[in-house]
Design a protein around this ligand. Structure first.
Ligand SMILES: *[C@@H]1O[C@H](CO)[C@@H](O)[C@H](O)[C@H]1NC(C)=O
Length: 402
Protein backbone atom coordinates (compact mmCIF):
# COMPACT_ATOMS: atom_id res chain seq x y z
CA UNK A 1 0.00 0.00 0.00
CA UNK A 2 1.25 3.44 -0.85
CA UNK A 3 0.47 6.06 1.78
CA UNK A 4 -0.70 9.53 0.96
CA UNK A 5 2.51 10.99 2.38
CA UNK A 6 4.67 8.77 0.23
CA UNK A 7 2.57 9.58 -2.85
CA UNK A 8 2.95 13.30 -2.17
CA UNK A 9 6.69 12.84 -1.76
CA UNK A 10 6.85 10.94 -5.05
CA UNK A 11 4.95 13.66 -6.89
CA UNK A 12 7.24 16.34 -5.46
CA UNK A 13 10.18 14.26 -6.65
CA UNK A 14 8.74 13.86 -10.18
CA UNK A 15 7.57 17.43 -10.71
CA UNK A 16 10.92 18.90 -11.76
CA UNK A 17 11.32 16.05 -14.23
CA UNK A 18 7.89 16.74 -15.72
CA UNK A 19 8.69 20.43 -15.99
CA UNK A 20 11.98 19.47 -17.63
CA UNK A 21 10.09 17.34 -20.19
CA UNK A 22 7.85 20.21 -21.12
CA UNK A 23 10.83 22.45 -21.54
CA UNK A 24 12.54 19.85 -23.76
CA UNK A 25 9.48 19.35 -25.96
CA UNK A 26 9.93 22.75 -27.55
CA UNK A 27 13.23 21.54 -29.02
CA UNK A 28 11.73 18.30 -30.27
CA UNK A 29 10.54 17.64 -33.80
CA UNK A 30 7.08 18.94 -34.64
CA UNK A 31 4.12 16.78 -35.53
CA UNK A 32 2.15 17.59 -38.69
CA UNK A 33 -1.03 19.66 -38.37
CA UNK A 34 -3.05 16.51 -39.00
CA UNK A 35 -2.18 12.85 -39.25
CA UNK A 36 -4.32 12.06 -42.29
CA UNK A 37 -1.26 11.80 -44.51
CA UNK A 38 -0.77 9.13 -47.14
CA UNK A 39 2.92 8.77 -47.91
CA UNK A 40 4.12 9.09 -51.47
CA UNK A 41 4.59 5.78 -53.30
CA UNK A 42 8.00 4.13 -52.94
CA UNK A 43 9.95 4.54 -56.21
CA UNK A 44 12.07 1.49 -55.41
CA UNK A 45 9.35 -1.14 -54.99
CA UNK A 46 7.59 -2.64 -57.99
CA UNK A 47 3.80 -2.86 -58.01
CA UNK A 48 4.17 -6.59 -57.17
CA UNK A 49 6.27 -5.83 -54.08
CA UNK A 50 9.69 -6.73 -55.52
CA UNK A 51 12.54 -4.36 -54.71
CA UNK A 52 14.43 -2.31 -57.27
CA UNK A 53 18.09 -3.12 -56.69
CA UNK A 54 19.88 -2.38 -59.98
CA UNK A 55 19.88 0.20 -62.73
CA UNK A 56 18.36 -2.36 -65.07
CA UNK A 57 15.56 -2.89 -62.50
CA UNK A 58 14.97 0.87 -62.64
CA UNK A 59 14.48 0.63 -66.42
CA UNK A 60 11.64 -1.83 -65.77
CA UNK A 61 10.24 0.16 -62.84
CA UNK A 62 10.30 3.24 -65.05
CA UNK A 63 8.33 1.37 -67.73
CA UNK A 64 5.85 0.25 -65.06
CA UNK A 65 5.37 3.82 -63.75
CA UNK A 66 4.93 5.07 -67.31
CA UNK A 67 2.13 2.55 -67.91
CA UNK A 68 0.40 3.31 -64.60
CA UNK A 69 0.50 7.06 -65.16
CA UNK A 70 -0.87 6.70 -68.71
CA UNK A 71 -3.66 4.39 -67.55
CA UNK A 72 -4.86 6.35 -64.52
CA UNK A 73 -3.90 9.96 -65.13
CA UNK A 74 -2.75 11.13 -68.55
CA UNK A 75 -4.17 8.71 -71.11
CA UNK A 76 -2.29 6.69 -73.70
CA UNK A 77 0.68 8.02 -75.63
CA UNK A 78 0.44 6.49 -79.13
CA UNK A 79 3.64 5.35 -80.80
CA UNK A 80 4.28 6.37 -84.38
CA UNK A 81 6.90 5.00 -86.78
CA UNK A 82 9.21 7.72 -88.03
CA UNK A 83 8.13 6.78 -91.58
CA UNK A 84 4.64 8.15 -90.80
CA UNK A 85 6.11 11.65 -90.43
CA UNK A 86 6.85 13.87 -93.42
CA UNK A 87 9.06 16.90 -92.78
CA UNK A 88 9.39 20.05 -94.88
CA UNK A 89 11.70 22.96 -94.15
CA UNK A 90 10.68 26.44 -95.33
CA UNK A 91 11.31 30.08 -94.51
CA UNK A 92 8.62 32.66 -93.98
CA UNK A 93 10.29 35.60 -92.21
CA UNK A 94 11.74 32.89 -89.93
CA UNK A 95 12.84 29.29 -90.44
CA UNK A 96 9.87 26.96 -90.13
CA UNK A 97 9.19 23.26 -90.30
CA UNK A 98 6.00 21.66 -91.52
CA UNK A 99 5.29 18.35 -89.79
CA UNK A 100 2.78 16.04 -91.51
CA UNK A 101 1.68 12.82 -89.81
CA UNK A 102 -0.35 10.03 -91.35
CA UNK A 103 -2.04 7.31 -89.29
CA UNK A 104 -4.28 4.89 -91.15
CA UNK A 105 -6.42 6.93 -93.56
CA UNK A 106 -6.06 10.20 -91.62
CA UNK A 107 -3.43 12.93 -91.93
CA UNK A 108 -2.71 16.13 -90.07
CA UNK A 109 -0.06 18.81 -90.48
CA UNK A 110 1.25 21.68 -88.41
CA UNK A 111 4.14 24.15 -88.43
CA UNK A 112 6.75 25.07 -85.86
CA UNK A 113 8.83 28.24 -85.95
CA UNK A 114 12.55 28.27 -85.21
CA UNK A 115 14.26 31.25 -83.62
CA UNK A 116 17.92 30.59 -84.46
CA UNK A 117 20.54 30.83 -81.74
CA UNK A 118 22.56 33.93 -81.15
CA UNK A 119 26.12 32.65 -81.79
CA UNK A 120 24.86 29.56 -83.66
CA UNK A 121 27.01 26.45 -84.09
CA UNK A 122 28.54 25.77 -87.51
CA UNK A 123 26.26 22.94 -88.65
CA UNK A 124 23.61 22.98 -85.97
CA UNK A 125 22.61 24.41 -82.59
CA UNK A 126 21.07 22.93 -79.49
CA UNK A 127 17.47 24.03 -79.04
CA UNK A 128 14.74 24.39 -76.45
CA UNK A 129 11.11 23.71 -77.33
CA UNK A 130 8.94 26.40 -75.84
CA UNK A 131 5.44 25.19 -75.19
CA UNK A 132 3.08 28.07 -75.88
CA UNK A 133 5.92 30.61 -75.55
CA UNK A 134 8.99 30.85 -73.33
CA UNK A 135 9.47 32.80 -70.11
CA UNK A 136 13.19 32.06 -69.95
CA UNK A 137 15.83 34.76 -70.41
CA UNK A 138 17.75 34.67 -73.73
CA UNK A 139 20.25 31.82 -73.76
CA UNK A 140 23.35 32.31 -75.88
CA UNK A 141 24.04 29.51 -78.37
CA UNK A 142 20.61 27.90 -78.02
CA UNK A 143 17.82 28.06 -80.62
CA UNK A 144 14.12 28.16 -79.68
CA UNK A 145 11.45 26.06 -81.32
CA UNK A 146 7.99 27.55 -80.87
CA UNK A 147 5.45 24.79 -80.38
CA UNK A 148 1.79 25.78 -80.58
CA UNK A 149 0.45 23.21 -78.11
CA UNK A 150 -3.14 24.48 -78.14
CA UNK A 151 -3.35 23.52 -81.82
CA UNK A 152 -2.43 19.89 -80.98
CA UNK A 153 -4.82 19.62 -78.00
CA UNK A 154 -6.90 22.52 -76.73
CA UNK A 155 -7.00 23.78 -73.12
CA UNK A 156 -9.97 26.12 -73.01
CA UNK A 157 -12.01 24.47 -70.28
CA UNK A 158 -13.41 21.04 -69.51
CA UNK A 159 -16.43 21.01 -71.79
CA UNK A 160 -15.26 22.89 -74.88
CA UNK A 161 -11.77 21.37 -75.20
CA UNK A 162 -12.18 17.62 -74.67
CA UNK A 163 -11.24 15.88 -77.90
CA UNK A 164 -10.41 19.17 -79.69
CA UNK A 165 -7.15 19.59 -81.62
CA UNK A 166 -5.07 17.94 -84.35
CA UNK A 167 -4.20 14.99 -82.10
CA UNK A 168 -7.89 14.06 -81.87
CA UNK A 169 -8.43 14.67 -85.60
CA UNK A 170 -5.95 11.83 -86.06
CA UNK A 171 -6.89 9.49 -83.21
CA UNK A 172 -10.56 10.29 -82.64
CA UNK A 173 -12.41 12.49 -80.15
CA UNK A 174 -12.78 9.66 -77.64
CA UNK A 175 -9.08 8.90 -77.36
CA UNK A 176 -8.04 8.54 -73.69
CA UNK A 177 -5.26 11.15 -73.91
CA UNK A 178 -5.62 14.45 -72.06
CA UNK A 179 -3.94 17.54 -73.50
CA UNK A 180 -0.65 17.12 -71.62
CA UNK A 181 0.28 13.78 -73.12
CA UNK A 182 -1.07 14.82 -76.53
CA UNK A 183 1.48 17.66 -76.47
CA UNK A 184 4.23 15.14 -75.64
CA UNK A 185 3.12 13.18 -78.72
CA UNK A 186 3.29 16.38 -80.83
CA UNK A 187 6.80 17.27 -79.72
CA UNK A 188 7.88 13.70 -80.48
CA UNK A 189 6.69 14.16 -84.07
CA UNK A 190 8.55 17.47 -84.38
CA UNK A 191 11.74 15.69 -83.28
CA UNK A 192 11.06 12.96 -85.88
CA UNK A 193 10.83 15.76 -88.45
CA UNK A 194 13.96 17.60 -87.29
CA UNK A 195 15.95 14.36 -87.47
CA UNK A 196 15.20 14.31 -91.20
CA UNK A 197 16.03 17.96 -91.86
CA UNK A 198 19.72 18.94 -91.58
CA UNK A 199 18.80 22.27 -93.22
CA UNK A 200 16.86 23.22 -90.07
CA UNK A 201 20.28 23.25 -88.30
CA UNK A 202 18.97 21.82 -85.04
CA UNK A 203 21.17 19.42 -83.05
CA UNK A 204 18.60 16.77 -82.17
CA UNK A 205 20.95 15.20 -79.61
CA UNK A 206 20.78 18.38 -77.52
CA UNK A 207 17.12 19.29 -77.09
CA UNK A 208 15.40 20.84 -74.09
CA UNK A 209 11.81 21.75 -73.30
CA UNK A 210 10.23 24.55 -71.29
CA UNK A 211 6.89 26.16 -70.59
CA UNK A 212 5.38 28.08 -67.69
CA UNK A 213 2.28 27.59 -65.54
CA UNK A 214 -0.19 25.35 -67.46
CA UNK A 215 2.48 24.94 -70.11
CA UNK A 216 4.93 24.15 -67.31
CA UNK A 217 2.73 21.15 -66.48
CA UNK A 218 3.13 20.30 -70.16
CA UNK A 219 6.92 20.75 -70.15
CA UNK A 220 7.25 18.22 -67.32
CA UNK A 221 5.10 15.67 -69.13
CA UNK A 222 7.00 16.15 -72.40
CA UNK A 223 10.29 15.59 -70.58
CA UNK A 224 8.88 12.56 -68.75
CA UNK A 225 7.59 10.82 -71.90
CA UNK A 226 10.00 11.91 -74.66
CA UNK A 227 13.43 10.34 -74.08
CA UNK A 228 15.08 12.45 -76.79
CA UNK A 229 14.68 15.52 -74.55
CA UNK A 230 17.92 15.81 -72.57
CA UNK A 231 17.00 18.84 -70.41
CA UNK A 232 13.53 19.47 -68.99
CA UNK A 233 12.74 22.94 -67.58
CA UNK A 234 9.16 23.09 -66.24
CA UNK A 235 8.57 26.56 -64.81
CA UNK A 236 5.97 27.22 -62.09
CA UNK A 237 3.74 24.32 -63.12
CA UNK A 238 2.13 23.63 -59.72
CA UNK A 239 -0.41 20.78 -59.56
CA UNK A 240 -0.09 18.35 -62.47
CA UNK A 241 3.51 19.61 -62.70
CA UNK A 242 6.15 19.45 -59.96
CA UNK A 243 3.66 19.43 -57.03
CA UNK A 244 2.33 16.17 -55.61
CA UNK A 245 -1.42 15.52 -55.36
CA UNK A 246 -1.12 14.11 -51.84
CA UNK A 247 0.85 17.05 -50.46
CA UNK A 248 -1.31 19.65 -52.24
CA UNK A 249 -4.42 18.02 -50.74
CA UNK A 250 -2.85 18.35 -47.29
CA UNK A 251 -2.06 22.04 -47.87
CA UNK A 252 -5.61 22.68 -49.11
CA UNK A 253 -7.03 20.99 -45.99
CA UNK A 254 -4.83 23.31 -43.92
CA UNK A 255 -6.70 26.21 -45.55
CA UNK A 256 -3.98 27.25 -48.02
CA UNK A 257 -5.45 28.17 -51.42
CA UNK A 258 -3.78 25.33 -53.34
CA UNK A 259 -4.68 23.74 -56.68
CA UNK A 260 -5.63 20.09 -56.15
CA UNK A 261 -6.59 17.06 -58.24
CA UNK A 262 -10.22 17.68 -57.27
CA UNK A 263 -10.08 21.21 -58.69
CA UNK A 264 -7.89 20.60 -61.73
CA UNK A 265 -10.33 18.31 -63.58
CA UNK A 266 -13.02 20.98 -63.30
CA UNK A 267 -10.69 23.57 -64.82
CA UNK A 268 -9.38 21.89 -67.92
CA UNK A 269 -8.72 18.85 -70.10
CA UNK A 270 -5.06 18.45 -69.14
CA UNK A 271 -5.69 14.93 -67.83
CA UNK A 272 -7.46 11.85 -69.12
CA UNK A 273 -11.12 11.27 -68.20
CA UNK A 274 -9.69 8.13 -66.55
CA UNK A 275 -8.23 10.34 -63.79
CA UNK A 276 -11.62 11.61 -62.63
CA UNK A 277 -12.58 8.69 -60.32
CA UNK A 278 -9.37 9.28 -58.32
CA UNK A 279 -9.35 13.03 -57.77
CA UNK A 280 -10.98 12.79 -54.32
CA UNK A 281 -8.79 9.85 -53.32
CA UNK A 282 -5.40 10.56 -54.83
CA UNK A 283 -3.87 8.56 -51.97
CA UNK A 284 -4.93 5.26 -53.57
CA UNK A 285 -3.09 5.95 -56.83
CA UNK A 286 0.04 3.78 -57.15
CA UNK A 287 2.08 6.90 -58.00
CA UNK A 288 2.16 10.65 -57.52
CA UNK A 289 3.92 13.45 -59.36
CA UNK A 290 7.28 12.53 -57.78
CA UNK A 291 7.20 9.35 -59.87
CA UNK A 292 5.96 11.20 -62.96
CA UNK A 293 8.98 13.48 -62.43
CA UNK A 294 11.28 10.49 -61.91
CA UNK A 295 10.45 9.30 -65.45
CA UNK A 296 12.86 12.05 -66.53
CA UNK A 297 15.80 10.38 -64.70
CA UNK A 298 18.66 9.87 -65.45
CA UNK A 299 18.25 12.76 -67.89
CA UNK A 300 18.57 16.34 -66.59
CA UNK A 301 15.80 18.37 -64.93
CA UNK A 302 15.91 21.95 -63.72
CA UNK A 303 12.76 23.27 -62.03
CA UNK A 304 12.59 27.09 -61.68
CA UNK A 305 9.97 27.83 -59.04
CA UNK A 306 8.14 30.64 -57.27
CA UNK A 307 6.26 31.15 -54.04
CA UNK A 308 2.56 31.40 -54.95
CA UNK A 309 -0.01 29.56 -52.82
CA UNK A 310 -1.95 28.17 -55.81
CA UNK A 311 1.16 26.31 -57.03
CA UNK A 312 1.60 24.62 -53.64
CA UNK A 313 5.22 25.69 -53.08
CA UNK A 314 5.63 23.34 -50.10
CA UNK A 315 4.12 20.55 -52.19
CA UNK A 316 6.58 21.17 -55.04
CA UNK A 317 9.47 21.20 -52.56
CA UNK A 318 8.47 17.92 -50.88
CA UNK A 319 7.51 16.26 -54.16
CA UNK A 320 10.73 17.14 -55.96
CA UNK A 321 12.81 16.11 -52.92
CA UNK A 322 11.09 12.74 -53.17
CA UNK A 323 11.76 12.58 -56.93
CA UNK A 324 15.41 13.46 -56.33
CA UNK A 325 15.91 10.16 -54.46
CA UNK A 326 15.76 8.42 -57.86
CA UNK A 327 18.60 10.55 -59.26
CA UNK A 328 20.50 9.84 -56.01
CA UNK A 329 19.96 6.09 -56.35
CA UNK A 330 21.22 6.26 -59.95
CA UNK A 331 24.30 8.18 -58.82
CA UNK A 332 23.43 11.31 -60.86
CA UNK A 333 22.18 13.66 -58.16
CA UNK A 334 23.73 16.66 -59.90
CA UNK A 335 21.35 16.25 -62.85
CA UNK A 336 18.34 17.54 -60.89
CA UNK A 337 18.00 21.19 -59.89
CA UNK A 338 15.15 22.91 -58.08
CA UNK A 339 15.36 26.63 -57.47
CA UNK A 340 12.54 28.20 -55.48
CA UNK A 341 11.86 31.73 -54.31
CA UNK A 342 10.56 32.26 -50.80
CA UNK A 343 7.67 34.28 -49.43
CA UNK A 344 9.86 37.39 -49.25
CA UNK A 345 11.34 36.88 -52.73
CA UNK A 346 8.17 35.83 -54.57
CA UNK A 347 7.87 37.40 -58.03
CA UNK A 348 5.18 37.75 -60.67
CA UNK A 349 3.97 34.43 -62.04
CA UNK A 350 6.21 33.34 -64.94
CA UNK A 351 8.61 36.26 -64.57
CA UNK A 352 12.01 34.56 -64.50
CA UNK A 353 13.83 35.85 -61.39
CA UNK A 354 17.46 36.98 -61.28
CA UNK A 355 18.18 34.50 -58.47
CA UNK A 356 17.50 31.53 -60.78
CA UNK A 357 19.50 32.73 -63.80
CA UNK A 358 22.74 31.13 -62.59
CA UNK A 359 21.20 27.68 -62.05
CA UNK A 360 19.41 27.77 -65.39
CA UNK A 361 22.63 28.83 -67.14
CA UNK A 362 24.60 26.01 -65.54
CA UNK A 363 22.08 23.34 -66.62
CA UNK A 364 21.82 24.74 -70.15
CA UNK A 365 25.60 25.05 -70.51
CA UNK A 366 26.25 21.51 -69.31
CA UNK A 367 23.42 19.55 -70.88
CA UNK A 368 22.63 21.50 -74.07
CA UNK A 369 25.93 23.20 -74.88
CA UNK A 370 28.23 20.39 -73.69
CA UNK A 371 30.32 22.64 -71.45
CA UNK A 372 32.19 21.30 -68.44
CA UNK A 373 30.35 23.15 -65.68
CA UNK A 374 29.09 21.99 -62.31
CA UNK A 375 25.37 21.62 -61.74
CA UNK A 376 25.37 20.61 -58.10
CA UNK A 377 24.21 23.09 -55.47
CA UNK A 378 21.07 24.13 -57.35
CA UNK A 379 18.55 22.10 -55.40
CA UNK A 380 17.36 24.75 -52.98
CA UNK A 381 14.55 26.94 -51.72
CA UNK A 382 14.48 30.39 -50.18
CA UNK A 383 11.17 29.47 -48.51
CA UNK A 384 10.86 28.27 -44.94
CA UNK A 385 8.63 25.31 -44.17
CA UNK A 386 8.77 24.91 -40.38
CA UNK A 387 6.04 22.24 -40.44
CA UNK A 388 7.60 20.18 -43.25
CA UNK A 389 9.45 16.92 -42.79
CA UNK A 390 10.51 14.41 -45.47
CA UNK A 391 9.42 11.73 -42.99
CA UNK A 392 5.73 12.70 -43.30
CA UNK A 393 5.78 11.75 -46.98
CA UNK A 394 8.48 9.15 -47.42
CA UNK A 395 8.81 5.74 -45.91
CA UNK A 396 11.54 4.43 -48.16
CA UNK A 397 15.28 4.22 -47.98
CA UNK A 398 17.34 5.18 -50.99
CA UNK A 399 19.26 2.21 -52.40
CA UNK A 400 22.43 2.50 -54.45
CA UNK A 401 21.47 0.92 -57.76
CA UNK A 402 24.28 -1.10 -59.35
C1 LIG B 1 1.88 26.06 -92.32
O1 LIG B 1 2.45 27.14 -93.05
C2 LIG B 1 1.99 27.19 -94.42
C3 LIG B 1 2.76 28.28 -95.12
O2 LIG B 1 2.52 29.52 -94.53
C4 LIG B 1 0.49 27.45 -94.43
O3 LIG B 1 0.01 27.44 -95.75
C5 LIG B 1 -0.21 26.36 -93.63
O4 LIG B 1 -1.58 26.65 -93.53
C6 LIG B 1 0.38 26.23 -92.24
N1 LIG B 1 -0.22 25.07 -91.58
C7 LIG B 1 -0.93 25.17 -90.45
C8 LIG B 1 -1.55 23.91 -89.96
O5 LIG B 1 -1.04 26.21 -89.82
Amino acid sequence: MITFTRLAALITLLLPALAQDQEDASRCSKIPDEINLTPLTDPFTFFNGQRVTSKSDWTCRRAEISQLVQRYQLGQLPTVPSSAVKATYFEESRPKVNVAVTVGDKSISFNVTIIPATEPGKDSSPAIFSIGGSSLPTLTGVASILFNNDQIAAQNGPSSSRGVGLFYDLYGKDHSAGSLIAWAWGIGRVIDALEKLPEAKIDTKHLGVTGCSRNGKGALIVGAFEPRIVLTIPQEGGAGGPSCWRISDYLARKGINTQTAHQIVTENTWHSPAFEPYVNQAGILPFDQHLVTALVAPRALYVPENYIDWLGPESAWGCQRAAKTVWEALGVEDRIGFDQSGEATAHNHCQFPESEVEGLGAFVDRFLRGKKVKTDGYFKTEAEYPDYSDKYWRNWRVPTLR
